[in-house]
Design a protein around this ligand. Structure first.
Ligand SMILES: NC(=O)c1ccc[n+]([C@@H]2O[C@H](COP(=O)([O-])OP(=O)(O)OC[C@H]3O[C@@H](n4cnc5c(N)ncnc54)[C@H](O)[C@@H]3O)[C@@H](O)[C@H]2O)c1
Length: 261
């Protein structure tokens, strides 16, 4: 078998939430650049489907809730057994709505979402995005060798500029703080940590929103369209590869210009 070529040739890349949308697009782009992909998702079937769609051999589907520490320890034990290391970690898994978060009541005009949101919905949102990112980053760093590695976190313009409900925006903002602190801590080990903060991208998550919510956002976006998942995957490839070798603690925001920093 010929050796893999490409920007990520032979690198082991774990992507959470790889069964759909951005995670699947990142998995496909990474595999096309020679990476061996661990496609992690809470949904076993979609993780399997992603692996079946990837170029090259040796990819590994794994299942578990990123907010469940033991489930993630099991995932990283499986990665350790199979590959012995990780080179790239993409903390992408996430949701933008949860039962009890008041979203449906807001659509019916019943009040500001913060007054309708259950405590459990707020906590669960942070557990998935923030605690999940922490657990997976910790375990990935433990498996990164002397050559260092690249950690990518998935924020959002919700975290940068409040374009989202309070639980989601709080989680995505916390991810930026996590990214900056981890970059300072891990830089001396040759491990880079960077965030992506996409705008509204055409994925199953966005497609399930009421049309009336998206149209005004697109109208305010200078490029006047939703982004494509492959456009976010291009940012992820840049941050994962040596093309971004002097970047750490940064946030890339493929967002069509709706938020500028
Ligand atoms: N689509 C957008 O416009 C957009 C914009 C900014 C940020 N994001 C972020 O990008 C990431 C991916 O979003 P997407 O649009 O591809 O959504 P998506 O719903 O298409 O895919 C999300 C994937 O994550 C998985 N997942 C959900 N909860 C999980 C959990 N607890 N543990 C493991 N896997 C879990 C789902 O099963 C799904 O396969 C999310 O973090 C999202 O918040 C999306």
């Amino acid at each position: 078998m010929a050796a893999a070529s490409g920007l990520l040739a032979g690198r082991v890349a774990c992507i959470t939430g790889a069964g759909s949308g951005l995670g699947r697009a990142i998995a496909e782009r990474f595999a096309s650049e020679g990476a061996i992909v661990v496609a992690q998702d809470i949904d076993a079937e979609s993780a399997q489907q992603t692996v079946a769609s990837l170029a090259g051999d040796g990819h590994l589907p794994t299942v578990g809730d990123v907010a469940d520490e033991q489930a993630m320890l099991d995932v990283f034990a499986a990665i350790s057994d199979r590959f012995g290391r990780i080179d790239v970690m993409v903390n992408n898994a996430g949701v933008d709505r949860l039962p009890g978060d008041g979203f449906d009541m807001v659509l019916r005009g019943e009040g500001p979402q913060i007054t309708l949101m259950a405590h459990e919905a707020f906590s669960r949102m942070l557990a998935i995005h923030v605690t999940g990112t922490f657990t997976c980053t910790r375990e990935a760093v433990r498996l990164m060798g002397d050559g260092g590695g690249s950690i990518i976190t998935m924020s959002s313009i919700a975290g940068v500029a409040g374009w989202g409900p309070v639980h989601y925006s709080a989680a995505k903002g916390a991810i930026l703080g996590f990214t900056r602190a981890a970059a300072r801590e891990l830089g001396p080990l040759g491990i880079r940590v960077n965030a992506i903060a996409p705008g509204a991208i055409d994925t199953p998550m966005t497609r399930s929103l009421p049309e009336g919510l998206l149209a005004p956002m697109v109208a305010m976006t200078p490029l006047r369209r939703l982004g494509r998942a492959d456009e976010v995957a291009a940012s992820a490839l840049f941050l994962a590869s040596d093309e971004s070798s002097y970047m750490t603690g940064q946030c890339m925001s493929p967002n069509g210009g709706i938020v500028t920093t």
